[in-house]
Design a protein around this ligand. Sequence first.
Ligand SMILES: Nc1ncnc2c1ncn2[C@@H]1O[C@H](COP(=O)(O)OP(=O)(O)OP(=O)(O)O)[C@@H](O)[C@H]1O
Length: 246
Amino acid sequence: MKEAVIKTENLTKRFGDFIATNAITLEVYTGEIFGFLGANGAGKTTAMRMLCGLSIPSSGNATIAGYDVYRETERIKKNIGYMSQKFSLYEDLTVLENIRFFGGIYGLSDDEIARKSDALITQLGLQNEAKKLVSGLPLGWKQKLSFSVAVLHQPKIVFLDEPTGGVDPVTRRQFWNLIYDAAEKGVTVFVTTHYMDEAEYCNRVSIMVDGKIEALDTPHNLKKKFNAFSMDEVFYQLARGAKRAE
Ligand SMILES: Nc1ncnc2c1ncn2[C@@H]1O[C@H](COP(=O)(O)OP(=O)(O)OP(=O)(O)O)[C@@H](O)[C@H]1O
């Protein structure tokens, strides 16, 4: 039987009278790559922050790896990895220092950190950059390193908020290979993106419009349902009526 590691029921966040995330209900299963799509301002980041234990919901319920988003936020944080374009690596530390720093934050021992940093640097082919400042790395490398650091402690779930913004399709494809590797090892991946080719790589996707989830299924089924050739077309059909735009 499929095990749900993320479960939400009517999860809602209000800012004053404004409902940023409106009663979302979904389940994400172990090892799944789940795409969380929506136009700008749809409410994705707001929802993701609640799922990561960074923001308390206004109403509704959710559990992450079995932990409650109201009462067990510290436990949630220990069981997840998080990567966003805004919260990422320290530019003024070297590659190795970043790995050590985040390893420490995630509670790994010195031995584990030493072992994992060597393995990671080799896996990413960053041997020549290990002692260089992150600020000098190309964006695509920063993103790959940032993702690898977010899964260093082998979390059950990793949340990725627009992880591949601003890089070319080849670099994005390489990034997705890292995502597939993690999912094969049983890590559940919850990812937001504006790139519809990336939506095709997900096992299932949801599409949010003005705070609500308007569709949730496999890319294959969604294309069938909306009589569309691509996820781009599905997305357009749903999002063109959106009132929020930024
Ligand atoms: N702290 C806040 N106070 C008031 N309004 C907020 C707050 N945070 C977000 N919002 C509003 O909630 C709505 C949803 O924002 P959110 O950042 O969740 O959207 P998003 O789907 O992640 O968009 P994007 O793709 O642009 O990141 C927006 O209209 C935003 O202005």
